[in-house]
Design a protein around this ligand. Structure first.
Ligand SMILES: Nc1nc2c(ncn2[C@@H]2O[C@H](COP(=O)(O)OP(=O)(O)OP(=O)(O)O)[C@@H](O)[C@H]2O)c(=O)[nH]1
Ligand SMILES: [Zn+2]
Length: 363
């Protein structure tokens, strides 16, 4: 019987529930947790969660640093929810938007000792759902959590199925068709769908490159503001079009368009980061204040797509050494790094300088 959900399907359902403000169960061998997203949980549900036991607000070490909370667990801190904390306090701890107006939300009492694995899994789930990485967590005996999930028909996932760095999803080509492009009429768009229910990614192939030779390739991450709206805050739009021009002129090559908006944090969080940048923080600091790493992308996706298309060697258009390294790790030989130096404006020179200084980009 295959009617029941497998682990990958249960994770996809749990991500979706968290986005809607529902609770989910994470089941470990002895203990389990009821988990809700600080960003989406309705006030009434927070009250119900409280009635079950002690509530922790799990935040990342980056967010803890901003809030001056001690992160005894290394990569995260388990803040004990104060008895008088209302939903506004929870949201403000998760979201740095009002940090400057409301700086004294603490002092934060954080837990020390014990096993933070359930909290770590909760944060990983929220990140993969593109929500702020702040999770409300109540830890109880696993049997009790399983019973609550059963009674209230909540999604439940096994702790062992939520690894901190998920395995690279398997991508399947779903559809492909000819799309004549301005840069070259021999264009073809292929759509790849990950098996884990996350976003689809696209490959634009120009011509029919020989699979036995290195392919000219741009590995591009989605940027709604730069690619579509012509934003001057970044260099994405000009890079996208320069890469397409170069591939079109060469007569063959591949543009991989990965739907990893905002370096993998999603557009809502990227706009939160932009609002922080308007307060004076740089692109990396803004991500950290939100609780994210400076780059949350999984470049293994691009390498998987290229391999599925039959390529083994690549001439990669990028200024980002991490992209080169990841291709190599995934078994694709980068025979050449082709620089893409376009799109510098007075609005983005600070952004480009920060990427060079803090993220190792080549200027
Ligand atoms: N979080 C965040 N993301 C941003 C910001 N500005 C641009 N982005 C995102 O950054 C990514 C840039 O993608 P790419 O141009 O492929 O990557 P890159 O790391 O700059 O590397 P190369 O362009 O290949 O040199 C896109 O996903 C954008 O949406 C920002 O200030 N904050
Ligand atoms: Zn951009």
């Amino acid at each position: 019987m295959s009617l029941g959900l497998d682990a990958v399907e249960r994770l996809a359902r749990a991500r979706s529930d968290l986005r809607m403000g529902a609770g989910i169960a994470v089941l470990g061998p002895e203990t389990g947790a009821l988990v809700m997203a600080a960003e989406t949980v309705p006030a009434a549900r927070l009250a119900d969660l409280r009635s079950l036991g002690e509530v922790d607000l799990a935040i990342t070490d980056w967010r803890a640093e901003t809030l001056k909370a001690r992160a005894y667990d290394g990569d995260l801190a388990r803040v004990a929810l104060p008895a008088d904390a209302e939903i506004d306090w929870v949201r403000a701890t998760a979201n740095p938007a009002a940090d400057l107006e409301w700086p004294m939300k603490g002092p934060y009492l954080t837990r020390r000792g014990g096993d933070p694995s359930l909290h770590r899994a909760a944060i990983a789930l929220l990140k993969s759902a593109h929500l702020l990485p702040a999770a409300l967590v109540v830890v109880l005996p696993a049997a009790e959590v399983a019973a609550l999930a059963e009674t209230h028909r909540l999604s439940s996932v096994a702790l062992s199925d939520v690894p901190p760095m998920p395995v690279a999803p398997v991508l399947v080509e779903i559809a492909a068709a000819r799309v004549p492009l301005q840069v070259n009429e021999a264009g073809r768009v292929r759509v790849f769908r990950p098996r884990d229910g996350t976003e689809e990614h696209y490959a634009v192939e120009v011509g029919a490159a020989d699979r036995a030779r290195p392919v000219l390739c741009r590995l591009h991450s989605a940027c709604f503001t730069g690619d579509l709206c012509g934003s001057l805050k970044c260099d994405c739009g000009p890079q996208l079009h320069a890469a397409l021009d170069q591939i079109g002129t060469a007569g063959e090559g591949v543009l991989l368009y990965l739907n990893q908006e905002g370096r993998g944090i999603g557009l809502a969080n990227k706009m939160r980061a932009y609002a922080l940048q308007d307060q004076g923080f740089d692109t990396v600091e803004a991500n950290h204040r939100l609780g994210f790493e400076d780059d949350e992308r999984d470049f293994r996706l691009g390498a998987n797509m290229l391999r599925t298309m039959g390529f083994r060697e690549v001439r990669l258009m990028t200024n980002n050494p991490r992209k080169v390294a990841m291709m190599e790790t995934c078994g694709l030989r980068v025979v050449e790094r082709v620089p893409l130096k376009v799109g510098k404006t007075t609005f983005n020179e600070g952004y480009l300088a920060t990427k060079a200084a803090k993220s190792g980009h080549l200027l």
